[in-house]
Design a protein around this ligand. Sequence first.
Ligand SMILES: [Zn+2]
Length: 295
Amino acid sequence: MEKLINCPLCNNTDLKDFLNVKDFFLSKEDFIIQECKKCGFRFLNPRPESVNLQKYYNSEEYVSHSDTSKGLINKAYHIFRYYNLSKKYKIINSKKQNGKILDIGCGTAEFLKYCKNKNWEVAGIEPNDKAREISETKNHLHIIPENEITKLESNSFDIITLWHVLEHISDLNFQISEIKRLLKKEGYVFIAVPNHLCYDAFKYKEYWAAWDVPRHLYHFTQSSMKTLVQKYNFQIEEIFPMKLDAFYVSLLSEKYLNKKINYFSAFLTGLKSNHKAKTNNNFSSLIYVIKNSNV
Ligand SMILES: [Zn+2]
């Protein structure tokens, strides 16, 4: 295990334990989420060494990397995913109508295939070997492994997307500095991440599925995302909700809490989460639209 001494966001060394969470999804191991006493940022600490992290993804059930539609939750995920593809594309399209797009953590490259069909020039990065293989054989897209990001040309992308990916990346600061390097001056970055200030997180506490330890290393809020991007001279232009995530995360959380899923309770929690978020924008997941700062 690797223990972080400094807060990855503000570098402060004064950290406290926030919550003990089990890896309900795969290993059943226990982990600690810590909180920075200065800026409030929450992150997994200690965490598995990055070379050991891959084993926590080795499951047929890890749906973002596979194409299985077995089981109701996987079926729901695939329906959500299809809906989300068009929704994500619409948001991008509202900023840029064509150009070159990089999807970091592209999984099996479904989103890139969607963009390619809309005449975008596409590129993808994905650490999982099996997912890269599926991209190649099924979607006919060549995807590069994580360590090859440094080989990509500076100032070459109009759009860079990270759909539920940034929370998985070990070296957060390196990743954002690489995004800064790769993005054209007038380009946009789209980052989707869970938001632990939502009602479903409050309700399910340590059973909230989006803690997803140890795969989620960082836990963002609107405030911490703002701090992070400002460090690299970016600014948040807009924030969009991902309303389906409240339902999906609630379904999974019910499974972790009760072993047997209470569909009715999950549905009500999803509704309530989205309703409460109308006042403060604290939806279960948020899409941040980020651009180079004018100042
Ligand atoms: Zn901090």
